[in-house]
Design a protein around this ligand. Structure first.
Ligand code: C2E
Ligand code: MG
Ligand code: MG
Ligand code: MG
Length: 276
């Protein structure tokens, strides 16, 4: 058998190479051209003040309008992108697109952008952010970056803390996303260059499940406040969750109760209808 058809033979005879794996490989390959083909889109989900439900910002959430598979959600492709430097290029696109969109919004809502660890560790991350702000004209205090807890937990990694400190000095807000689902190293958070905790939606959901869970969420909110951090509760779906969280002193919320992620074109009208 000639070397040239080694690939085909392997494909035919390896039972472990399931259709699912081939699909993932195809999706990963397609992602590399998807950026150039302009197949990614952002949806914007409002973040509101829990006192009066006025909007304070929007989280940018990426979607992939795949030419044959239709609309793909981040759960379908972000982990694939994170396996290679694709996440760096995609992340930069998200940042620039979100900043360019937010600068045109009426009022001064911020836009919050998810940043993956690989993207953060890529060379010149702080510069990439500051350049996106300068190029689009979005004031730095109208940008929030969402990072996961694990990014902060390597005490040998002074570069991460340095970059965060630089961005914060410019006025960019730093949030810990999905708080409470990763390693909760409170000793690190105490000194970390961050402004906001985003309480993961598992806690919002748990709040009504038992008295003990209710107390736990209350305790987490109090802890964040003691550390002088703002708290955004994720995944608020009903008025009971909203009222309990507000009662604990949670400042901000996000979830289907207030709004689903919106098409960019729908944001100005939504803002007009929900601002005081
Ligand atoms: P996340 O950052 O925790 O974003 C919140 C997710 O919860 C979004 O899912 C949002 O649509 C969903 N959500 C909002 N309100 C509710 C609610 O009331 N109930 C429920 N059940 N869900 C709610 P989505 O858009 O599918 O995004 C999933 C994750 O993908 C995000 O979780 C984030 O970690 C990641 N992601 C999204 N966009 C980007 C991006 O541009 N870059 C990176 N690196 N990751 C992204
Ligand atoms: Mg997020
Ligand atoms: Mg989150
Ligand atoms: Mg979450």
């Amino acid at each position: 058998v000639a070397k040239s058809d080694g690939k085909a033979r392997w494909r035919r005879h390896d039972p472990a190479l399931s259709a699912a794996i081939i699909e993932r490989l195809e999706l990963r390959a397609a992602m590399e051209t998807a950026l150039a083909r302009d197949e990614f889109q952002l949806a914007y989900q409002p973040i509101v003040c829990l006192d009066d439900h006025t909007p304070v910002g929007f989280e940018a959430l990426v979607r992939w309008l795949h030419p044959t598979r239709g609309l793909l959600m981040p759960g379908d492709f972000i982990d694939l992108a994170e396996e290679s430097d694709t996440i760096v290029a995609l992340g930069t696109w998200v940042l620039r697109e979100a900043a360019a969109t937010a600068v045109a919004w009426p009022g001064t809502p911020y836009v919050s952008v998810n940043v993956s660890a690989r993207q953060f560790h890529a060379k010149g991350f702080a510069d990439t952010v500051l350049t996106a702000l300068a190029d689009t004209g979005l004031p730095p205090d109208r940008l929030m970056l969402e990072l996961t807890e694990s990014l902060l937990l390597r005490d040998d990694d002074h570069q991460v803390w340095n970059d965060l400190a630089i961005l914060r000095d410019h006025g960019v807000q730093i949030a810990i996303d999905d708080f409470g689902t990763g390693y909760s190293a409170l000793s690190y958070l105490r000194h970390a260059p961050i402004d906001v905790l985003k309480l993961d939606k598992v806690f919002t959901r748990a709040i009504t499940s038992s008295a003990q869970e209710t107390d736990l969420v209350d305790g987490i909110v109090q802890l964040a406040k003691t550390m002088r951090l703002k708290v955004i509760a994720e995944g608020i779906e009903n008025p009971v969750e909203r009222t309990l969280l507000h009662g604990f002193g949670c400042h901000f919320g996000q979830g289907y109760l207030f709004a689903r992620p919106l098409d960019p074109a729908a944001v100005p009208a939504w803002l007009a209808g929900h601002s005081i």
